[in-house]
Design a protein around this ligand. Sequence first.
Ligand code: SAM
Length: 214
Amino acid sequence: MSEPGKHYKERIKHDPQAAEDYVRRKPHKDKAEMDLVRRGFGLTDGVKSVLDAPCGVGRATILLASMGFDATGLDLGESAVEVARRELEKTQLYGEIVTGDLEDLAYDDDFFDAVLCFRVYHHFPNDEVRDRVITELCRVARKYVLISYFSPYSVTSLKRALRKRFTKKKSIQHATNLASIAARFERSGFRLKKNLPQFRFVHTLHLAIFERTN
Ligand SMILES: C[S@@+](CC[C@H](N)C(=O)[O-])C[C@H]1O[C@@H](n2cnc3c(N)ncnc32)[C@H](O)[C@@H]1O
């Protein structure tokens, strides 16, 4: 791969300020999102090792480590990795933060029991990137992939679509229907186990849990 993440460069957290700002996001939003991740992992079984990719500033990696998983956080953004390492160290929980590219993961097949891919899918600009990332996530996951996506069937998505239409603003976030995501997972030997909305019809963020079939 010539340049990792070249189609959505502006979303990669190389900038220290962007990484620090993410640490200080609205606490209620952060809590609701981490509750969703917690609920998702509550539906898995036989999971010990988890890859959190991308980890951003490490909030889900820390949550997973606190839940007793053997957690590895991975991100392409230099500042994200730096801040995630610092935040993880503060907790004194066991875990690892590494630099890596979602489109080309440096792990053997089935390396992790589960992979979490949270709050990035909606940034992917085209099907080529979506296919590449899902193929990679499924390749390194022995049993589960938990992936968040923006549902088009929500008040927030509707508002975003209207804003886009009337202001002609180019949206950098893409809502996707679950069927198209499930079809990609099916091609990699995974089926949908459960789809968890953060809050049905209001919030756009959903977490889908896929399980290996073979
Ligand atoms: C919105 S943040 C979400 C991070 C984390 N999952 C969370 O919810 O806190 C998206 C992250 O994806 C990372 N990212 C974007 N493209 C990537 C790629 N191809 N490989 C690895 N990380 C990537 C960015 O650097 C950024 O830290």
